[in-house]
Design a protein around this ligand. Structure first.
Ligand code: ADP
Ligand code: NA
Length: 327
């Protein structure tokens, strides 16, 4: 595993919610201790596939850096950087885009889901997964932690590595998918759908900066069912099972232990245990984010150092790509 390289990215489109935290970021933190080379990118180029206000975007980039650091990303262990500051990403994306076809991209989830929300999607949204492939291949990444929703995009990156290698000679390892977590956090209002920042309902998701009173309110209002006993049966009792998932994950105990702590109390009283576990885990993170948000100089310096390290890795790879292509 000496040559293993981990890459993952997150869009700077707002404060992470519990789904992002438990489904991705927690795993990112543990991977940085397991692999010798780990890169985490704030993928601002990807975020402009949807309209963004420039000032808001700039603030969101620093905010995401603060969130990642507060969740435990250690800039000494992982290269944390801003995608747009390493111009090799866009150049490799162009070259890879010339190695795939329009039909190959048409059925990929990002386009299928997001372009439906508009009358017309942008070209950038269409080629979003090509840029993702470039992000990954640029560092010769071998392992890519993603959620299940990203598996098809990873397959494109694997295809493009293979196609490039066939055309121009072996260069890129085929990146392997590391499923971040099979843990799915559901919406607190509609436990049949996942917790998502695009959910318009204000009480549907908990962000990692929510103050205790908001956490309490959202969990108290969480949809359950007409059975008062606490059990873990995601298929038939998605609401209460989601609370068990959240409780177990936040308290870092097993689902069985979470259920056994609920023995003898009803779902209403159980919510207090869940509230307590979430507040206890998120309070130090929220406080650290507040501290970091006030220190732009520090956040900018972390990103700048990360960018320099990323550039040092990217430059020789792109140089070789250019040479192979004939530039
Ligand atoms: P959103 O759906 O809120 O826009 P993203 O698509 O930005 O979230 O997801 C970022 C990461 O967080 C991905 O790895 C994704 O799989 C994970 N993730 C998002 N929502 C959830 C959820 N509800 N449960 C578990 N993981 C999630
Ligand atoms: Na998504």
């Amino acid at each position: 595993s000496v040559d293993c390289r981990v890459f993952s990215g997150i869009q700077p489109t707002g404060t992470p919610h519990l789904g992002n935290f438990l489904g991705a970021l927690e795993n990112w933190v543990s991977l940085q201790h397991q692999y010798p080379l780990v890169l985490y990118s704030i993928v601002d180029l990807h975020s402009i596939t949807q309209p963004q206000d420039p000032q808001q975007l700039r603030a969101n980039i620093l905010d995401m850096a603060a969130s990642l650091l507060a969740c435990g990303i250690d800039p000494e262990k992982a290269i944390l950087f801003q995608q747009s500051q390493v111009s090799e990403h866009t150049e490799l994306s162009w070259i890879l885009g010339c190695l795939t076809s329009m039909p190959r991209l048409r059925h990929l989830p990002q386009w299928k889901i997001k372009s439906k929300q508009k009358s017309e999607g942008s070209v950038g949204l269409y080629t979003y997964p090509v840029l993702q492939a470039a992000d990954i291949l640029l560092y010769k990444s071998t392992h890519v932690p993603v959620g299940e929703d990203q598996v098809q995009h990873l397959e494109l990156a694997q295809d493009l590595a293979r196609i490039f290698n066939n055309h121009y000679g072996e260069l890129f390892p085929e990146p392997r998918t590391l499923l971040s977590s099979t843990r799915k956090v559901k919406s607190l209002r509609d436990p049949l759908s996942k917790m998502s920042k695009s959910d318009p309902h204000k009480l549907a998701s908990i962000t990692i900066t929510d103050p205790p009173e908001d956490i309490a309110l959202k969990i108290r209002r969480a949809v359950t069912d007409f059975t008062s006993e606490v059990t873990f049966e995601p298929e038939t009792r998605p609401g209460v099972s989601n609370l068990v998932t959240i409780h177990a994950a936040m308290a870092q105990i097993s689902v069985e232990d979470a259920v056994s702590q609920a023995r003898g109390i009803d779902t209403g009283a159980y919510k207090n245990l869940v509230i307590e576990a979430v507040i206890e885990r998120l309070t130090p993170i929220r406080e650290e984010i507040e501290r970091l948000r006030a220190d732009h100089t520090y956040l900018e310096s972390v990103l700048l150092q990360g960018t320099q390290k990323a550039r040092e890795l990217a430059a020789p790879v792109l140089k070789e790509v250019r040479h192979r292509v004939g530039f």
